[in-house]
Ligand binder design. Structure first.
Ligand SMILES: C[S@@+](CC[C@H](N)C(=O)[O-])C[C@H]1O[C@@H](n2cnc3c(N)ncnc32)[C@H](O)[C@@H]1O
Length: 219
């Protein structure tokens, strides 16, 4: 049983980085520093706190999950972020990924469709003092037009097809990472260039489905 002890959690975070992230190729020091710092256990239901740093996705209620640490690190690293970048996240969930982006120094806009999850995430993020995160309850399929264009978009729920409103809100040179598919999903990295969108299939993944409008856009 893990005691409520700061040093034990920071040791677990160090183990997570050394055993799960670095051996699998995560090298971005901004991502690693954020993962060493952020108390992932605070984003989980209390009874799951002991498992917070394990190599697995975990339930956060309402049938939703917090992604496994490696996937959070990998998706963030793929975006090659800089301080001051404006980033849109679709699928706030627990708020952990938003905290990682904020810790890197990005201005974060995050959308969650399930109100109770958004409410809980907001509470944790506020208690940790993040001021550079704007959260709203909505269907993220349409993005967040008022603050567009974005340097990066990170999607943590899988639509069957890439939502066009999201690609339209990417800056030139901006990147989007998104799981796409139904049962079989792939992580896709998109870049908006002067010539148009460049798409790279990165790896097979398993995410919860994007609900709402996305479900009407099956080809
Ligand atoms: C894998 S979980 C998110 C993990 C989250 N990024 C974290 O750090 O905990 C995916 C989330 O996407 C949300 N979601 C699903 N469809 C959505 C939509 N159309 N718009 C916004 N959020 C959506 C789900 O409710 C769920 O909370």
């Amino acid at each position: 049983m893990i005691e409520n002890n700061k040093d034990i959690y920071s040791e677990l975070r160090r183990d997570m980085v050394e055993n799960q992230l670095v051996p699998r190729g995560i090298t971005d020091s901004r991502v690693i520093d954020a993962m060493l710092k952020i108390p992932r256990h605070k984003f989980l239901p209390e009874h799951l706190g002991d498992y917070a740093y394990s190599n697995a996705p975990l339930p956060i209620g309402m049938g939703q999950t917090i992604s496994q640490p490696y996937i959070v690190a990998y998706m963030t690293e793929l975006l090659n972020l800089d301080t001051g970048d404006k980033v849109l996240e679709i699928g706030t969930g627990s708020g952990y990924q938003a905290a990682i982006l904020a810790e890197i120094g990005c201005d974060v806009y995050t959308i969650e469709i399930v109100e109770i999850l958004a409410f809980r995430a907001k509470k944790v993020l506020q208690s940790l003092g993040y001021k550079n995160i704007c959260l709203k309850v909505d269907d993220g399929y349409m993005g967040w037009e008022e603050n567009a264009p974005y340097d990066a978009i990170l999607v943590t729920a899988a639509p069957p097809e890439i939502p066009e409103p999201l690609t339209n809100q990417l800056k030139e040179g901006g990147k989007m990472v998104i799981p796409v598919g139904d049962y079989f999903q792939e992580l896709i990295l998109l870049k908006r260039t002067r010539e148009g969108l460049k798409e790279k299939r990165v790896t097979p993944v398993r995410f919860v489905p994007m609900t709402g409008e996305a479900q009407k856009h099956h080809k």
